[in-house]
Design a protein around this ligand. Sequence first.
Ligand code: ADP
Ligand code: MG
Length: 256
Amino acid sequence: MVEDKILTISGIGKSFGGLHILKNISLEVEKGERIGIIGPNGAGKTTFFNLLTGDLEPSFGEIYYGKANISKQPNYKRARNGIVRTFQKNNLLNELSVIDNLLLVLQRKNGIGHVWFKQRGAKQYRDLYTKADELLEKWGLFHQRNAIVKNLSYGEQRQIEILLGVATEPTILLLDEPTAGMSQSETNHIVDLLYKLPKDLTVMIIEHDLEIVFGLADRMIVLFEGEILIDGPPEVVKKDEKVNKIYIGSGDEVKC
Ligand SMILES: Nc1ncnc2c1ncn2[C@@H]1O[C@H](COP(=O)(O)OP(=O)(O)O)[C@@H](O)[C@H]1O
Ligand SMILES: [Mg+2]
């Protein structure tokens, strides 16, 4: 296996009952790639993410994270090792402020999850706050520092979720339809955030808005009926006849 492949997916699939939802998916992912995943509803995109995160076990095939076979590794271990997803469910603690949510994530990341604040030294306490404030500043969310999560709009909460995901300093970030259900201005904020993600972070993004995903991705994968229809550079995928048939029912280019 080549050293620089962060992820090697070898013939994975998932069946529910007798139904083959995902069939024989193989791909290799390099560090820092921005992979857009599109396909009609029910194509198997979210199921694919579930296999990558360990929320579902593959029915067949193997997943390697670097050289380690993680096919059967539980989700919490994969998350701890850097494979992080957002938008599967609301991961925020709604009754707490944004800064407190962030402090909890940073605290866990530093391996001190079971130690209460008051038991730690003043310096360690201050360092966590400094780090949290830096992150809020960097991601343009400082104005929401003291807001209680439940009082934020849906779009604002999704932004905080991305921030919490990034705060764990993942190696691979999986985003499942990050702009779904958002207003135009909320969508714009999310897209701004996505463009600010560190360059060495590997990002896989499922997104129904073709303009957004073709703009962000340096590689596009189209899933169709549980299989990879095409995997290639955006400019190639955009012009692909099969892809255009799926999207607009004609041989024309994807309009974006
Ligand atoms: N836990 C499950 N049990 C049975 N069928 C499922 C389950 N999860 C997903 N499916 C089915 O698998 C197919 C693909 O779903 P999904 O991966 O959510 O598609 P997408 O995200 O591309 O819209 C759908 O037909 C869906 O109904
Ligand atoms: Mg889905």
